[in-house]
Design a protein around this ligand. Structure first.
Ligand SMILES: NC(=O)c1ccc[n+]([C@@H]2O[C@H](COP(=O)([O-])OP(=O)(O)OC[C@H]3O[C@@H](n4cnc5c(N)ncnc54)[C@H](OP(=O)(O)O)[C@@H]3O)[C@@H](O)[C@H]2O)c1
Length: 281
């Protein structure tokens, strides 16, 4: 099959592309400024363009069977992701692409939606209403052998391990190989057509428990300091690195349901306790 990947140079893309390139013809849609160095080791073709430029997408989607949409601007409230998704959908329609696989996020299922979650939810709606065949995958927080995401940021903080709020909120961190496997199986499986799946780790676990496991695994002796949400909101008002909705959302349990992922795609994801054995801090 011929597969177009947007966001190929990102965290998930770099892990995914070498795996799909073993079985399919892969075209990576990259920007002029994208660093393609790592991807050049795989047998792939590059198409230079920008998701905000519809004509470059019309050109890139020509004769493609599937488009995997990973690209995101990641900026809170950045509506460019909506324009990008619309451009991709229209280009796929024009060139009769058989399916889009869209990487949404568990953030789209939160009660207190931040802008990121809101935009993901809106793009999900656009995919469902596009008339195209689609699979939507909603990963929870993803970690890999060298990237522990927000957990890693807490662990690497100088002198203490800061935790937003009481840390009792439950997460389902998911290992990168399970995310790439969910994408690979969505390419093949007809059962995944016009469906949405939560892609989360095989265990719901509190942030406090995660920190305890990591302290033990990496022999870290720093004390854990719980930061009241009100203080975090104040800090992030001065240093707007996290939006207020995201701080509130962080305190919400991740309500992931992986039953359909197991049923349709036969994918049983790893628990954090298993996955952490692959990680070096
Ligand atoms: N990482 C996670 O923990 C996580 C969890 C849940 C969901 N997700 C979702 O999974 C998807 C992939 O995440 P990621 O962590 O791999 O993202 P990432 O590392 O931030 O990569 C973003 C990618 O998007 C590309 N991009 C951004 N704007 C573009 C534009 N206008 N035109 C073309 N390409 C553009 C970037 O290209 P450049 O190289 O040129 O910058 C980069 O390749 C995202 O939709 C994200 O929301 C991620």
């Amino acid at each position: 099959m011929k597969i177009l990947v947007t966001g190929a140079t990102g965290f998930i893309g770099k892990n995914l592309v070498p795996k799909i390139a073993e079985k399919h013809k892969v075209v990576c849609f990259v920007r002029k400024t994208s660093n393609t160095h790592e991807l050049e080791k795989s047998n792939v073709v590059f198409k230079v363009g920008d998701l905000l430029d519809r004509s470059s997408l019309t050109d890139a989607t020509e004769s493609m069977d599937i488009a995997i949409h990973l690209a995101t601007s990641h900026k809170q409230g950045n509506k460019q992701d909506l324009v990008a998704a619309e451009n991709l959908i229209e280009a796929c329609k024009e060139n009769k692409v058989k399916k889009i696989i869209f990487l949404s996020s568990m953030a789209a299922k939160r009660k207190s939606l931040d802008d990121y979650g809101r935009i993901k939810l809106e793009i999900e709606r656009m995919m469902r209403n596009s008339g195209l065949n689609y699979t939507i995958l909603r990963p929870s927080v993803i970690y890999s052998n060298n990237n522990l995401s927000l957990i890693g940021r807490s662990l690497k903080f100088p002198l203490i391990i800061p935790v937003i709020g009481n840390g009792n909120y439950k997460l389902n961190p998911v290992y990168i190989d399970d995310v790439t496997e969910a994408i690979l199986r969505s390419i093949k499986s007809k059962k995944a057509d016009r469906k949405s799946y939560d892609v989360a780790g095989g265990e719901s676990i509190s942030f406090n428990e995660i920190i305890k496991i990591c302290k033990n695994e990496f022999k870290i002796n720093k004390p854990v300091i719980h930061m009241p949400v009100s203080i975090c909101l104040l800090i992030f008002k001065i240093f707007p690195i996290v939006s207020p909705e995201a701080v509130k959302g962080i305190n919400e349990d991740t309500n992931a349901d992986t039953k359909n992922l197991e049923k349709d795609l036969k994918l049983n994801t790893m628990s954090f306790r298993q996955g952490i054995k692959n990680v070096s801090l």
